[in-house]
Design a protein around this ligand. Sequence first.
Ligand SMILES: [Fe+2]
Ligand SMILES: [Fe+2]
Length: 353
Amino acid sequence: MDNQTQLDAFYAELENDSLQGLWRVVRNMMSRTPSSPARPFHWQWPRLRRHLDAAAELIGVADIAKADRVADRRVLVLVNPGLKERNTTTPTIAASLQLIRPGEVAPAHRHSSTAIRFMIDGHGAFSAVDGEKFCMEPGDLVLTPSMAWHNHGNETDRPVVWMDGLDAPLMMQLCAFFYDDYPKDEHEIVRSPGFSVKKYAAGGLRPMPSAGSSGVSPLWHYRFEDAYRALSNLAQVEVDPVEGAALDYVNPLTGGHALPTIGCRIQLLPAGFAGAAHRHTGHVIYHVVKGEGCTTMGEERFPWQQGDCFVLPPWLWHKHESAGHGESILFSMSDVPVLEALQLYKEELQPQL
Ligand SMILES: [Fe+2]
Ligand SMILES: [Fe+2]
């Protein structure tokens, strides 16, 4: 028997015994620098809006719910071209846009996946989280911590659109997904309107008692008017050369990330801002809240305007620019809190030539 035949027989025996020679597969298990199946990609608002409006006409939420209660929502997932088979935006976070027509509700449920909502268009639709109802204005952020009961609805007379972000892909990879339906369509409201904002959005003051924080923010509604005021104040005194005036949404009890798996940030790029290039670990999904500009990722330029979304894979040089005629505001979510917890967050500035 020649050597190749012996080897083939050996590999076949290994496979039969559920073994594999690491030397044959190690290239698929390691990389010298971070690599991701996600690609830099950009979704333009006019097309997103057109598809959402078509979905509003064609897709009845009640009809979907009859077939599968878990699927009872009209949501377009931002599918990264590198992750088509997984139908997700990055390997850790799925971002999507949801349109809710007047009178529609998403019945109450909970899951181990952490979620956020970021309001894009429309006034006064609500998300109810663990007994508190949050009416959302454009630019507002509402958190849905892991295993918090939640239901959504639109009691206004116009359709609303918000962005959802879920760490569902990460939960699936960790095989840690739980999902429960609530016995009723709506969870009981047990807190007065504005409870969480009145108690925890205290402008740098911390309510007592402060002990016992679980690491998840008890503040679940971050209003745009507060974020914008803070951004404008910051921009008057300090603008970071890479990020502009940038603020992270934090747990007011700890100062740490608001959520353990999704990092949320809002940043203001002054008119004419030309950011320095850097790269870091972590995927980032951006939504343009206001203005227009351009983000360069790798060799490619992605001009953006209000309503657009784009995604940045890890360890790719990138820089942001804002158009000269007005400020721009970007909201983003990332898997940076996970990387930081695992001591895997790494960042570097591109050397100037
Ligand atoms: Fe949910
Ligand atoms: Fe960055």
